[in-house]
Ligand binder design. Structure first.
Ligand code: UD1
Ligand code: CA
Length: 451
């Protein structure tokens, strides 16, 4: 069975007070639209995004996130039925049509599967029950608990307003049924809009059973304002943190752990407060992540500790390493087993060999550091000549003295020493000592004679 998803995203979302289309607002570091598209993709469905307000911005965004969804343009935002109509040319008879909202980003694959599986008669709708249903379309049931109508707030009578079961906007319907139903929808209502929700009355009157599937409140919340966006952010945070806990990761505080991507972890990992995990994160066993760390696309080996206030991005860290506090591992950093990166150390496109140490105040860029080598405090690889980047190679078991500048391209051999304060411009052979600094002079009794 082929599923076609139509994602409504034409609305301006004026209450966001933003120049961007509402669906481009982010939750957990990812646009609401991308989340909805990813969920549709997880069902094996193809998608059409209905565009209107800021259509160029949304089209550009689709390119950036490399999603191959089709788009359809709704010229004027005259109602949800008209929005769906504008995407019908991408649908075919025999398909199931799933309608999603671009501003309802937390809907789960499981709920959508349940919705689709219950559309055997041709039509099912996703509902939820709210203590305060104000503003939503109310679901009117028949004596068999099948939906017979959805009444919008503006059109509801006193009795209908008491109904707590509301329509989430999400529905699944056979293409042919949708095609015929759309033709019968008019805009004779208090909002003068073409309501997609009128489908329910039209189709149930043909004797077709419409099964309401109830979803959890949190999943079907939409975001119309920055305040609602923040609510969704915190719901997502809780959901993701629960996933971590269920996978056996110890969290100091689930309301202060932000997972904005995927986390795979072994056993006995722990995460302290205010940690942000983005992109793809892979942790081995016994990894400890201290407070206030930011990690994006990082792989960390067994029993490694990330001390507080570090920033790791596109980096690979081995087992039994210690990183931070205040370390910055940038793209292409490879820290091998048992190595140490201390405070105020920045690495980029650099491999730090097994058991090597860069404990304080250092920049290592485009460098290869051998096993067990010690990089003294204040060492800088001068990798940039203003035009090009150059490599620094340091062999194993070497010692770079404090406050040394290694002017790349340069090679320091193995078991070699560089004296503190040196500016190294020529290669240093294996086992040698290089000192490149002004000679110290002593002026005896200099201060006594000073006037
Ligand atoms: C809609 C439902 C209501 C439901 C609620 C759930 C209708 C008539 N009502 O109401 O039953 O309880 O959602 O949130 O459908 N959009 C377009 N083009 C348009 C109009 C809207 O693309 O011409 C898009 C919007 O960008 C938005 C979605 O459709 O993503 C819903 O539109 P909105 O106007 O917010 O509908 P509601 O009044 O909230
Ligand atoms: Ca809405």
């Amino acid at each position: 069975m082929n599923i076609q998803t139509i994602i409504l995203a034409a609305g301006a979302g004026t209450r966001m007070h933003s120049n961007k289309a509402k669906v481009l607002q982010k939750i957990g570091g990812m646009s609401m639209l991308q989340r909805v598209l990813d969920t549709a993709d997880s069902l094996g469905s193809s998608s059409t995004v209905v565009l209107g307000y800021d259509k160029d911005g949304v089209t550009e965004h689709l390119k950036n996130i490399k999603n191959n969804a089709l788009t359809a343009i709704q010229e004027k935002q005259i109602g949800t039925a008209d929005a769906v109509k504008s995407a019908m040319h991408n649908t075919k008879p025999g398909e199931k049509i799933l309608v999603l909202y671009g501003d309802v980003p937390l809907i789960s694959t499981e709920s959508l599967r349940l919705l689709i599986d219950n559309s055997q008669d041709g039509f099912s709708i996703l509902t939820t029950c709210l203590e305060d249903p104000f503003g939503y379309g109310r679901v009117v049931l028949d004596s068999n608990n099948k939906a017979k109508a959805i009444v919008e707030e503006k059109d509801a009578n006193e009795e209908e307003r008491q109904i707590k079961e509301i329509f989430t906007g999400i529905l699944c319907i056979d293409q042919e049924l949708l095609e015929t139903g759309l033709k019968e929808i008019n805009n004779e209502n208090n909002a003068k809009e073409f309501y997609l929700t009128d489908l329910v009355k039209i189709i149930s009157s043909k004797g077709i059973n419409i099964i309401p599937i109830r979803a959890k409140n949190e999943e079907v919340r939409g975001a119309n304002s920055k305040s609602e966006l923040e609510t969704l952010e915190s719901i997502l945070r809780q959901m993701k943190a629960e996933d971590l806990l269920n996978n056996g990761i110890t969290l100091a505080d689930k309301s202060r752990t932000d997972v904005r991507g995927t986390v795979e972890a072994g056993t006995d990992c722990s995460i302290d407060v205010n940690v942000i995990l983005e992109g793809e994160i892979k942790l081995g066993n016994g990894v400890s992540i201290g407070a206030n760390n930011y990690l994006k696309d990082v792989v960390i080996g067994d029993n490694t500790t990330i001390e507080p206030f570090s920033h790791l991005c596109n980096a690979k860290v081995g087992s039994n390493c210690s990183i931070g506090p205040y370390a910055r591992l940038r793209e292409g950093s490879v820290i091998e087993d048992e190595a140490k990166v201390g405070n105020f150390v920045e690495t980029k496109k650099t491999t730090l060999g097994k058991g090597a140490k860069a404990n304080h105040l250092t920049y290592l860029g485009d460098a290869e550091v051998g096993e067990s080598t010690n990089i003294g405090a204040g060492t800088i690889t001068c990798n940039y000549d203003g035009t090009n980047k150059h490599q620094t190679k340091i062999g194993e078991k070497s010692f770079i003295g404090t406050n040394s500048s290694l002017v790349a391209p340069i090679e320091v051999g193995k078991n070699a020493y560089v004296g503190a304060g040196s500016v190294i411009t020529k290669d240093v052979p294996d086992n040698a000592l290089a000192v490149g600094r002004g000679k110290q002079i002593i002026k005896e009794d200099w201060s006594k004679d000073k006037k």
